[in-house]
Design a protein around this ligand. Structure first.
Ligand code: NAP
Length: 293
């Protein structure tokens, strides 16, 4: 089966490499062409526009930054939908606004193509290991068609509803994650201001009910002992913006989310947009530093 892949970023690159390892015939495109070198070496065909990916592929996966990128890639001058796409299946795996996903699905349907949204839970490590969780919105037939590809990338595929519901589910799980890192910053700032050492705070937290799955692996970054970036503050900010809008549309007050957005905004202003999201913890600690320490 000919698969197309667009977006070779922190997540897209390991996902594309897994598909190549699984012997799928892969055609790739990335806005910055230098990122196509590794997939090319591993056997991928590299093309110079999204429209060429669509022409060469039966199933097309996109793993892009945000809504602007996805709209550009689908509907731009040399976009995926420029040429004949009847019968093809698009799997949109980026984290996007549910409303955008529904519009993309409609544009595909207007051209006779199928579409599912399948954002993922999990970060770069699980992407490398094929241990992501796919949150799928779309009809059964399209999901069954996508399944052989999704199985290479994921440990679990959850069909949550119609197109757009996968994206909504992704925002639902990202809300407590975003609030978690933010609240960890406040907790660490409070403990540190009272004289507790950060490594002690994190060590105790890891072994308590205040831990969560992603936390222990991130301790080196929080302590400043590693500068590994798997999920940056720009991406966190983008997600939190989508979460806030989506929640407020449903008349949920979103008070905690608003606080995270303000913290991300402040961190971005300090030039931390491309830093790992866990940098937010140290940023908040620094901001709240208590003179009595
Ligand atoms: P990333 O490293 O910043 O990669 C983003 C990709 O989008 C790159 O290939 C980039 O191309 C491309 N892109 C950005 N703007 C574009 C535009 N206007 N036109 C075309 N291509 C554009 O981001 P990532 O961390 O891989 O995340 C990708 C998606 O997965 C996001 O929606 C994110 O929310 C979601 N996600 C991320 C994680 C994570 O842990 N990182 C986990 C789950 C879900 P260039 O190479 O040219 O910049």
């Amino acid at each position: 089966m000919n698969i197309g892949f667009l977006g070779l970023g922190k997540m897209g690159m390991p996902m594309a490499m897994r598909l190549l390892d699984a012997n799928f015939k892969l055609t790739v495109w990335n806005r910055s062409p230098e990122k196509t070198t590794a997939p090319k070496k591993a056997g991928a065909i590299v093309v110079s526009s999204p429209s060429q990916v669509a022409t060469r592929s039966e199933i097309i996966i996109s793993m892009l930054n945000d809504d602007t990128a996805a709209i550009e890639v689908f509907k731009g001058n040399e976009g995926l939908l420029k040429n004949e796409v009847k019968g093809k299946l698009f799997i949109e795996m980026s984290t996007l606004r549910p409303s955008t996903v529904k519009k993309l699905a409609k544009s595909c349907a207007d051209k006779g193509a199928a579409f599912i949204d399948s954002p993922v839970s999990g970060t770069v490590g699980p992407a490398k290991e094929g241990r992501l969780m796919a949150l799928v919105g779309g009809n059964e037939t399209n999901l069954e068609r996508a399944r052989p590809v999704l199985e290479v990338l994921t440990r679990r595929i959850v069909h949550v509803g119609e197109v757009g519901q996968g994206s909504l589910m992704k925002l639902v799980i990202n809300l407590p994650l975003a609030v978690y890192w933010y609240s960890l910053g406040e907790a660490a700032a409070m403990g540190h201001a009272g004289g507790l050492k950060l490594n002690v705070i994190l060590d105790v937290m890891k072994d308590s009910g205040a831990s969560m799955a992603a936390f222990p692996k991130k301790i080196p970054e929080i302590l400043g002992e590693s500068d590994l970036v798997t999920f940056d503050i720009d991406t966190l900010y983008k997600d939190v913006e989508f979460i806030l809008e989506t929640g407020m549309d449903s008349r949920v007050p979103m008070t905690a989310t608003q606080a995270v957005l303000s913290a991300c905004e402040a961190a971005k202003k300090e030039g931390l947009g491309s830093a790992d999201a866990t940098e937010l913890v140290r940023f908040l600690m620094k901001n709240y530093e208590n003179p009595k320490k």
